[in-house]
Design a protein around this ligand. Structure first.
Ligand SMILES: C[S@@+](CC[C@H](N)C(=O)[O-])C[C@H]1O[C@@H](n2cnc3c(N)ncnc32)[C@H](O)[C@@H]1O
Length: 208
């Protein structure tokens, strides 16, 4: 279980590749709804932070069309290498840029994105203030941020989350977004019942 939890936090090696494929299957619907929630016109500039197996890269590339740009950010060499091979044509054409970087230090200019999503990643960061400040910095005033997270009560019941996952109440995540200048407009639930995943859809607060 500890090994599986580590793989989810930073997939690595052959096992990491299998975990990436599993994540793509398990999370496709959630990530698709996160992409929808960004309401991206074609030609948009976007990012998937902690893209893992890369299903979000696929869906974002489709959403932004031939004139848009997608940034993929991850700390896992295995996921970066896998995506570099799989999306080599999109990288060559300039539609996709991959970054070996952490969400707490995004290698992206200020006000450069129309939309940013991050799904199933915040369990792996010790504090939310740094990453959320980065999201605010890189997203335009007109942009949107979607933070996807498992329902905390459901996550607590999963045996692997005992090994290093930071499970936070939804209210705490909303407060951290607000402190970073991101107002949650919607909590879209994906899945059935109380265990449904939360997609917190947030917009930059206009300066007073
Ligand atoms: C559980 S996977 C989720 C992947 C994908 N978003 C999904 O929902 O299927 C977590 C991903 O976040 C990445 N990750 C962990 N910490 C990160 C950080 N500080 N910055 C960027 N990515 C991170 C991991 O390497 C891994 O690929």
């Amino acid at each position: 279980m500890a090994g599986f939890a580590r793989q989810l936090g930073r997939p690595s090696g052959l096992r990491g590749r299998a975990v990436g494929a599993m994540l793509n299957r398990a999370n496709r619907n959630t990530v698709a709804q996160a992409v929808d929630a960004l309401s991206l016109p074609s030609g948009s500039v976007t990012a998937d932070v902690g893209f893992g197996g890369g299903v979000g890269l696929d869906l974002l590339l489709e959403a932004v069309g031939g004139t848009g740009t997608v940034h993929g950010v991850d700390v896992s060499q295995t996921m970066l290498t896998r995506a570099a091979h799989r999306y080599r044509h999109d990288i060559r054409s300039g539609r996709l840029q991959l970054h070996d970087a952490s969400m707490s230090e995004l290698p992206l200019p200020n006000d450069s994105l129309d939309g940013l999503l991050t799904v199933n990643t915040i369990y792996f960061v010790p504090d939310l203030a740094g990453p959320f400040a980065e999201f605010t910095r890189v997203v335009k005033d007109t942009g949107r941020v979607v933070v996807g997270m498992g329902d905390p009560d459901a996550m607590e019941k999963e045996p692997y989350t005992a090994y290093g996952f930071r499970i936070r109440p939804v209210a705490e995540v909303r407060e951290a977004l607000a402190s970073a200048g991101l107002a949650v407009e919607q909590d879209v639930r994906v899945g059935r019942g109380a265990a449904a995943v939360h997609l917190l859809v947030a917009a930059p607060v206009a300066p007073a």
